[in-house]
Design a protein around this ligand. Structure first.
Ligand code: NAI
Ligand code: MG
Length: 355
């Protein structure tokens, strides 16, 4: 096959997913022209509520076969609660990708940019720049458990947490590798070994065992309660933070919230072994409240596309897109969530032009 040809499934999904995806493609086109790689883009209309309303299902029966040959999936957002309940749209699409493509790493960079007002007082660009690494396939999020004696005074409910040595070790290893590749050589581990007295001391033990392979990394463990406080009070102390599924879910919304608008936050769902395609998507959803006005901030989507290029080996293109985003955030044009008046298209065009 042609070197540096990347096969990408492009799934805009619902709502503003359809408005921000064209801006990511615009940036990818510009990066492709400048850096000399090639993208083979396959647009896909399913994995959306629009498809569900037409067909009664979120995805065709052969979805896995259709996506298996792809190098990556670029995803907008899914969800349209007015027509399809959220548990159907999310479990019928995104959660299937994460589980069946074994995307066991959820990666969310957190950065404070120039030109973006920070909700934390006294913080300036450079003060906040870290990565949240969340376990994405097991832990607290399982369907093991049940309700007994439902509707009676004896009603009881049990839901199990499942952590495997295989699952914990692979996410910890990934996090140590990320820390080792960054200058600060620091890893913070989320735990709650004082309260969750079986699984969390065990998780801490797996972190200690993995640490032996990375003696150059300084490790600090934090109980999740004080860790959330430190995200707000001392965000500058973090570089790479690793957490179980539930704790990572919380931290990976809190982190980006500390740097301004949700319209900036990107994410990657990775299968690092590349047995299956990985998926890149903004943290935000379909935003029905602003859909149709062309005012959604396209940066989260464009940054997600840059993370995709990085995962595909196009580091220079990733860095250039980030620089273009930095420049436009600092100088404008900016969408209304950033206090500006620009449209989605104008901001996307400015980023592509800066590239
Ligand atoms: P949301 O992220 O869609 O919107 C939350 C708030 O942030 C809204 O006020 C929205 O206008 C604003 N917002 C979001 N993205 C923005 C952007 N790029 N620029 C400017 N403002 C932005 O979350 P919400 O409202 O809870 O969920 C709406 C739908 O999206 C639901 O169906 C939900 O299930 C789905 N959803 C899907 C996700 C995904 O595809 N990964 C993630 C989160 C929600
Ligand atoms: Mg979440």
């Amino acid at each position: 096959s042609t070197p540096r040809l990347h096969r990408i499934a492009v799934i805009p999904g619902d709502g503003i997913g359809q408005e921000v995806m064209p801006e990511a493609l615009r940036a990818l086109q510009a990066a492709q022209a400048r850096f000399g790689f090639q993208l083979d883009l396959t647009p896909i209309g399913w994995a959306s509520c629009g498809h569900y309303v037409k067909t009664g299902e979120m995805m065709p029966a052969d979805w896995k076969a259709q996506l298996q040959g792809m190098d990556a999936i670029l995803f907008g957002a899914v969800g349209w609660p007015a027509t399809v309940p959220d548990h159907i749209s999310l479990w019928g699409s995104l959660l299937k990708f994460r589980r069946e493509f074994d995307q066991y790493i959820n990666l969310r960079p957190v950065r404070l940019f120039e030109g973006v007002p920070c909700p934390l007082a006294g913080r300036k660009p450079g003060d906040i720049d870290f990565l949240v690494v969340r376990e994405n396939t097991e832990g607290e999020y399982t369907n093991l458990g049940g309700v007994m004696y439902a509707g009676t005074e004896r009603e009881i409910v049990v839901q199990e947490t499942v952590m495997s040595r295989f699952g914990a070790d692979r996410v910890l290893k990934f996090a140590f590798e990320q820390a080792a590749a960054r200058p600060r050589k620091k890893l913070d581990v989320a735990t709650k070994s004082n309260g969750i007295a079986i699984s969390m001391p065990w998780w801490d033990g797996r972190a200690d065992a993995m640490h032996k392979h990375y003696p150059q990394i300084a490790v600090e463990k934090h109980h999740i309660d004080i860790l959330t406080a430190r995200f707000v009070l001392q965000p500058q102390r973090f570089d790479v933070v690793v957490a179980s599924n539930l704790f990572g879910d919380i931290l990976s919304d809190l982190g980006p919230a500390c740097t301004g608008t949700i319209g900036l936050a990107p994410s990657a769902n990775l299968n690092p072994e590349r047995q299956f395609p990985s998926l890149f998507e903004p943290v935000h959803g379909s935003a029905p409240d602003i859909f149709g006005q062309n005012i959604a901030n396209p940066v989260a989507m464009i940054w997600s596309a840059a993370m995709m290029l990085q995962f595909l080996g196009e580091q220079a293109a990733h860095d250039a897109i980030l620089k273009a985003i930095e420049q436009v955030l600092a100088q404008g044009p900016r969408t209304p969530d950033l206090g500006g008046q620009a449209s989605t298209t104008e901001m996307g065009q400015a980023i592509a032009a800066a590239l």
